[in-house]
Design a protein around this ligand. Structure first.
Ligand SMILES: Nc1nc2c(ncn2[C@@H]2O[C@H](COP(=O)(O)OP(=O)(O)OP(=O)(O)O)[C@@H](O)[C@H]2O)c(=O)[nH]1
Ligand SMILES: [Mg+2]
Length: 481
């Protein structure tokens, strides 16, 4: 739908999923919503719906075009602009039969409404200034949220927390731009309205704010898809057994044969409201040059994939076999070059050892001697028996304790790829402004980049967003929202 066309149609759609439930909700919005509803719905409490006030709910009957009684329903009236879309709207709660829903929709269409496209209600809300684009996009995220954390992120965004931050950024940028534009206007007179030093520090602080928001994106993404936790280690250390113990189901194949897991296997588990994506990997063992048709070649491909997975994970869980201290050094060396932010050393199979303290002391000793990794890594050592379900809760608690501060640290967490890309582009344009200021470029050479930065920030909230992009954004919504 083109956003430049006048929004004069009255749209209708089911707001509940297509299926049988106790009740279903059909919503209708547009200038004729009350008139169309009035032709279909009869209520003793309200003989003329078009005269109804907003925020009223009536009990009554709906009939199809031939006059046949369809259902007993509740109809709620919302008057413009106090509705989700900002237009006159009605919501009809009918019984959940698919026949009733389809017949009611058909009747509404026969009486002047048109079926809504995906996201059309939210698009109207945006067009009528009920919410900005970032807030409208959060509605789709809210509907898709599956855990407490993604729900909170979407809810904050829908309530405008992110939009307020952007609008603060934008007004600081505008201030900068207007000073520069003023200079351009008076360029003949060689006046300087903007103190270049002040401009430089304003650009610097804007870049810092944008940088922080962009940095929060990997966390935001993790919150939507699950914080990636790679389960790594030498073959046979019990990685797949650990995955199964964490998930509480037999997801991965476990055998005493070394090299059982060839490909990565993953699943999401929500712990204390945070989604973790546990990824079981193929055992790390060195395999030299091998024939392409051999079993070793397949294993080699698995190891390669494991390495990629481990590298990009937020948390690396290195599983070691407690009963084989002679493998500790090799195991630690296999992940020594990784730079993951959090590392958990899982000393597994403790059911096979007599003295756990001796084993842990031995491990700590090897760790001190061999492990080289970035000092920013935050490490923990946990004794576990995946097979006997010992220490599994400790792992979950430790993961939550490591990730929760990352969540709390960022007041605003970026979750949307489009927003991230626009902010990155704004940041790049501002970096060019900073370089230009340092190179003492004239104001007319700095302003195009400044305008670019403004453009990118404005397109997040929808102040400057072309129709085709709007169509694409709202096309991703479900019908009825
Ligand atoms: N006693 C004991 N045995 C375990 C424990 N965890 C795993 N095992 C056994 O160790 C063997 C290997 O377990 P897996 O979970 O397949 O090990 P893996 O690390 O996934 O092995 P690959 O996929 O081959 O790299 C199996 O026989 C498991 O039953 C444990 O905590 N205690
Ligand atoms: Mg395995």
């Amino acid at each position: 739908m083109s956003t430049t066309e006048p929004l004069i149609t009255t749209i209708c759609a089911p707001a509940t999923p297509h299926g049988v439930g106790a009740l279903a909700l059909i919503r209708m919005s547009g200038p004729q919503a009350l008139e169309v509803a009035g032709r279909v719905f009869r209520s003793a409490a309200c003989p003329d719906l078009t005269q109804s006030e907003g925020y009223r709910t009536y009990f009554g009957h709906v009939r199809d075009s031939s006059g046949e009684l369809l259902d007993e329903v509740l109809l709620s009236v919302f008057r413009a602009p106090h509705s989700y879309t900002g237009e006159d709207s009605v919501e009809i709660s009918c019984h959940g039969s698919l026949y009733i829903q389809d017949a009611l929709l058909r009747t509404l269409v026969e009486n002047g409404a048109v079926l809504a496209g995906p996201g059309e209600f939210s698009q109207r809300a945006f067009m009528n200034g009920k919410m900005d684009l970032a807030q409208a996009e959060a509605v789709a995220d809210l509907i898709a949220s599956e855990n407490r954390t993604s729900h909170k992120l979407a809810m904050d965004q829908m309530r405008g927390v992110f939009s307020q931050e952007l609008s603060a950024l934008r007004s600081r940028l505008l201030e900068l731009a207007s000073l520069m534009e003023l200079e351009l206007d008076f360029s003949d007179e060689n006046v300087e309205f903007a103190d270049k030093k002040e401009l430089r520090s304003l650009v610097e602080s804007l870049l810092e704010s944008i940088g922080k928001l962009c940095d929060s994106f990997s966390m935001g993404n993790a919150m939507k898809k699950g914080v990636p936790v790679a389960i790594a280690g030498l073959v046979n250390s019990g990685k797949s057994t650990l995955l199964n113990a964490l998930l509480g189901e037999e997801k991965a194949l476990v055998t005493p044969v070394a090299g059982t897991t060839r490909d990565t296997i993953e699943d999401v588990l929500v712990v204390d409201g945070i989604p973790f994506r546990f990824i079981d990997t193929a055992g790390l063992r060195h395999i030299g040059e091998v024939d392409e048709m051999s079993q070793e070649h397949i294993e080699k491909l698995g190891v390669k994939r494991s390495l990629e997975t481990i590298r990009s994970a937020a948390v690396l869980m290195l599983v070691l076999d407690a009963s084989r201290p002679e493998t500790y050094t090799e195991s630690l060396q296999s992940v020594a070059s990784f730079n993951n932010e959090h590392i958990l050393f899982i000393i597994n199979k403790i059911d096979l050892v007599c003295n756990i303290d001796v084993i842990l002391a031995g491990f700590m000793n090897t760790l001190c001697n061999t492990f080289v990794t970035s000092s920013k890594s935050n490490t923990s050592v946990l004794p576990v028996s995946a097979a006997k379900n010992i220490g599994i809760e400790d792992i979950k608690n430790t993961l939550v304790a490591k990730i929760r501060p990352d969540l709390d640290r960022n007041a605003i967490i970026l979750t949307n790829l489009r927003h991230y890309q626009e902010l990155r582009a704004a940041g790049e344009a501002l970096q060019r402004v900073r370089e230009g200021l340092d190179a003492r470029l004239s104001t007319d050479l700095l302003t195009p980049d400044l305008r670019q930065a403004l453009h990118h920030i404005g397109s997040i909230t929808g102040e400057i967003t072309p129709d085709d992009i709007l169509g694409e954004i709202f096309g991703r919504f479900c019908i009825g929202k």
